[in-house]
Design a protein around this ligand. Structure first.
Ligand code: SAH
Length: 409
């Protein structure tokens, strides 16, 4: 293929030869005139060896690599191949039949699988930097984080329905994820098919997914395994689910036999989603209550020992490195309040989904919080993202979800 060529400075190909998927703008010696955001480019070393192909973008990450060493046409066939690899991995994770939906009796909504919500593409972790695809039964929701993936969206959509995964509808959602400086026209729209159902299942529990207006692709599929773990700890406990969003942890706690479950989120929309999801699984169950309130204020106002299982799953406090210090202070403050107030023998599930905060930094923030309260705290589990959010070993930045389960005496 004859894609425009970007030439690197001497030695700047070294990390790429170890498959790190980003070219930083400072590594570039020469870029052809007239290349535009989202263009496919060939990257070569200073001595003109082909390193691979990628998407060009203006910014500190100038190229996101899609192939290494190969010169191929990056069209629908390329996406078909990559998505096929991604699906094969999910089949190994979940078992083949769990990813298929029976459509023989759509009118009775007969499903043979318990997990219809999964991440099919996790950016660099699936060798497709800039692309996220979550699947909810018959609908795939695409998020583009780079102009290149934005321009490739129709090819990706076509490749998705061609897969043997029973995807019939493809919704594209890029309004909040594309770099706004790129001046693209972000769209939220069906590229293929249309609305069929907004109900999917996770580990046999049902939930509504609002990909039209919800955060991210409409549901946080990355907490699936951690919710299942929480279920095991819920029996007879008084559970407080802070930052509940669509209430994932809440309905698992209820299935686990919690005495009561209180869900808190500052967004009224999130609270109504939580109520709807609890109703879907446990209609009329009086154990659940939801509060549209600020988490910090809520924690200030509860009595000591009122809850003996608390979940803290706040939004990313640090979206960028510059905000790191404040973010760490935020985690410390939040965790200190929960540790201070949880009942003796209480279990705290605490998370950080900030990519800029490392596992060690998060643990240090929680350690400082514990020390501040003077209580005895032990770590029972160290949690992370599930296997359908794989981390490319050459791109450790892809490991973003960190969690600790603490036992507080
Ligand atoms: N635990 C959820 C995901 C949490 S996303 C799940 O399992 O799906 C983070 C949530 O925190 C969002 O719903 C957001 O509305 C809420 N939020 C953000 N700031 C908050 C605050 N100060 N107090 C309470 N909720 C807040």
């Amino acid at each position: 293929m004859t894609y425009p060529i970007i030439t690197l400075k001497p030695h700047k190909e070294e990390s790429l030869e170890r498959f790190h998927p980003w070219v930083f703008s400072g590594a570039i010696a020469k870029a052809p005139e007239g290349i535009e955001e989202g263009d496919i480019v060939a990257v070569e070393s200073h001595d003109h060896r082909l390193i691979g192909l990628g998407h060009y973008q203006i910014g500190s990450i100038a190229v996101r690599m899609l192939t290494f060493g190969e010169d191929a046409e990056l069209g629908t066939d390329f996406y078909r191949q990559r998505l096929q690899q991604a699906l094969r991995l999910r089949q190994s994770i979940f078992g083949n039949d769990k990813l298929q939906i029976t459509n023989d009796k759509p009118e009775t909504d007969q499903r043979k699988t318990e997990n219809e919500a999964y991440r099919l593409v996790h950016g660099e972790g699936d060798f497709l930097p800039g692309l996220v695809v979550d699947v909810y039964g018959p609908t795939a929701v695409i998020q583009a984080h780079s102009p290149g993936m934005h321009f490739a969206r129709m090819q990706i959509a076509q490749a998705l329905v061609d897969l043997d995964a029973d995807i019939r509808n493809v919704y594209y959602k890029s309004e909040t994820t594309l770099p706004y400086k790129a001046h693209l026209d972000p769209v939220n729209a069906y590229l293929i098919g249309k609305y069929e159902t907004d109900i999917a299942q996770e580990n046999g529990l049902k939930f509504h997914v609002d990909w039209l207006k919800g955060q991210k692709t409409g549901f946080f599929v990355d907490q699936r395994d951690n919710r299942a773990l929480l279920e095991r700890y819920s029996k007879d406990r008084k559970v407080l689910n802070m930052f509940c969003y669509t209430g994932g942890f809440s309905f698992y706690a209820m299935r686990g036999g919690a005495q009561l479950v209180h869900s808190v989120d500052s967004s009224a929309k999130a609270i109504s989603l939580t109520n709807a999801n609890v109703e879907l699984n446990f209609p009329g169950d009086p154990r659940h209550k939801a509060y549209a309130e600020d988490a910090f204020k809520f924690l200030d106002n509860i009595g000591k020992g009122e809850y003996d299982l608390i979940v803290l799953d706040p939004p990313a406090f640090a979206k960028h490195r510059t905000a790191l210090k404040n973010a760490l202070r935020g985690y410390q403050r939040l965790n200190a309040r929960a540790i201070e107030r949880i009942a003796p023998g209480g279990i705290l599930f605490t998370f950080s989904c900030s990519q800029a905060v490392s596992k060690e930094q998060f643990r240090l923030a929680v350690f400082s919080a514990a020390a501040q309260t003077g209580r005895r705290v032990r770590i029972l589990h160290q949690l992370t993202q599930p296997a359908d959010h794989p981390v490319n070993i050459y791109h450790p930045e892809g490991e973003y979800l960190k969690g600790l389960v603490l036992y507080v005496e």
